[in-house]
Design a protein around this ligand. Structure first.
Ligand code: FAD
Length: 447
């Protein structure tokens, strides 16, 4: 019988999903894993990221959490506060100190570079993984029958056509793999602008230190949200409380450029300050501290749910198939979960994957396992955006009443990210265990 470890796995993109894919397959014993990345290096934006327990569970299994630099620097978030932006008055406080007891892992915040760097370093220790930086997927020449054929191009080289056993399109929102698959399937699902854009800024400790109120924010184990009409700001400490990470969301009236490969679209500080000029003095003070030229801005994009994520032995993952607004802080977590589930199902393929049809069926099992849970989170992120961004009127009054009831009587929190019920559903979900348990039944259910 063929051995699944001999299958050739090609990954397009070295973002969170692509790096996690390479590592998950390597840890399953696959011996030939190639990662093609357009950028000439990892090139991650200097920004923070929330590390939810469902992400940490997988990172830990990959050896990228316990004892890692990411863990050493991470802030364990013990509470979250939602505050009215203009008045700075607290709408609700949610205690998160029992998250680790409940789900086995805490809710943390960290630096993107440490997360990506940790995954990358672990990949580099795996002889099975080869990175091809400055190399792009140009097209998918064949989805089968038989092995997928692709054309890649190195920046300084000619087109090269390759065959692989499994192709993973982890190439983000502007995915060439997705376009190729949709074209082949004659499905129309264009990327949509959400009409929203984000600014991302980071404040160093030495800037905040002279101001006790700001220092208290930096030293707290708290994720803050200041909310206002059509806008909100999320902020939390990262890198051992040496950096305060601030991320905003507002209407895209300044026509933010879409992200480039290195995620460094420059934003205008004056324009940013204008968007939040009715927010409280504390917020104004923080936005004021950002050096000119250190504001990143990008357009937030999504698309209609895709009816299909796999075709033959080609599978999409992460933002390539379920981009999301950031309000649930689950985009990277979902991409990493996708990667872990893919490695599980491919390794479980009957016959060791020697039959491309069996491989294609395994990829469909991956899609069945992932589609509903990811789509629910994408929908919840959109819902939270609508709820947080309400303007004056009945709906806002009702929302604030719900916040008050949550504060006083423990009723459900209208912001889905901060809702203990929603956290329970997402954080307790062990996608790898589920994949192993459900694989035989789902596989056999497919014709
Ligand atoms: C403001 C904001 C805040 C967020 N906060 C959080 C958070 O707190 N927690 C969380 O879990 N998620 C968060 N996210 C979401 C998260 O960043 C993304 O969902 C996640 O990074 C997606 O990973 P990915 O690997 O699918 O795609 P990407 O990270 O976009 O990676 C795709 C990679 O593919 C490469 N590529 C593209 N085309 C090609 C090609 N043709 N050939 C070769 N390579 C190619 C790109 O260069 C890139 O490196 C946030 C997102 C935003 C916008």
């Amino acid at each position: 019988m063929a051995d699944y470890r001999d299958l050739r796995i090609s990954v397009i993109g070295a973002g969170m999903g692509g790096l996690a894919s390479a590592l998950c397959f390597a840890r399953k014993g696959f011996k030939h894993i190639d990662v093609y990345e357009t950028a000439s290096n990892l090139g991650f934006v200097g920004a923070g990221i929330q590390l939810a327990p469902n992400m940490l569970r997988i990172l830990d299994r990959l050896g990228c959490w316990e004892g890692s630099q990411l863990q050493r620097e991470a802030t364990t978030v013990r509470e979250t506060k939602i505050v009215d932006g203009p008045t700075n008055s607290e709408l609700v406080q949610v205690d998160l100190s029992d998250v680790e007891d409940k789900y086995g892992y805490p809710h943390c915040t960290g630096h993107r570079a440490s997360l990506a760097g940790g995954l990358y370093e672990a990949c580099q220790k795996e002889p099975a993984v080869t990175f091809h930086f400055a190399t792009s997927l140009v097209r998918i020449d064949s989805f089968g029958p038989g092995r997928p054929k692709i054309t890649v191009k190195a920046r300084e080289g000619d087109d090269k056509t390759l065959e692989t056993d499994v192709l993973i399109g982890a190439d983000g929102i502007k995915s060439v793999s997705r376009y190729a698959m949709l074209r082949e399937l004659k499905i129309d699902a264009e990327v949509e602008d959400t009409g929203q854009a984000a600014y991302r800024i980071m404040l160093d400790r030495d800037k905040m230190e002279p101001f006790p109120e700001l220092l208290a924010l930096l030293d707290a184990k708290c994720a803050m949200r200041w909310i206002g009409e059509k806008r909100h700001i999320v902020a939390y400490p990262i890198s051992g409380h040496t950096i305060y990470n601030i991320s905003t969301c507002q209407p895209d009236t300044n026509f933010a450029a879409t992200t480039n490969a290195s995620y460094t679209t420059k934003g205008d500080k004056t324009a940013m300050k204008k968007v939040y000029d009715d927010f409280c003095p504390l917020v104004q003070q923080m936005l004021d501290m950002v050096p000119d030229g250190e504001v990143c801005e990008w357009r937030l994009r999504s698309h209609e749910p895709l009816s299909q994520w796999t075709l033959g032995s080609v599978a999409l993952l992460g933002d390539a198939c379920h981009p999301t607004l950031p309000h649930m802080a689950q985009g990277a977590a979902m991409a990493i979960e996708d990667a872990a589930v893919l490695a599980e199902v491919v390794s479980l393929t009957p016959g060791g994957g020697s039959d491309p049809e069996a491989l294609a069926k395994s990829l469909r099992v991956y899609e069945l396992l992932r589609k509903e849970t990811t789509w629910m989170r994408v929908e919840m992120a959109a819902y939270s955006g609508r709820t947080l961004h309400l303007g004056e009127g009945k709906a806002k009054e009702e929302r604030n009443k719900q916040f008050a009831m949550a504060r006083e009587k423990g009723a459900p929190v209208p912001d889905k990210w901060a809702s203990p019920e929603v956290q329970q559903a997402i954080y307790s979900h062990d996608c790898m265990k589920e994949a192993v348990q459900k694989f035989p039944e789902l596989y056999n259910s497919l014709t």
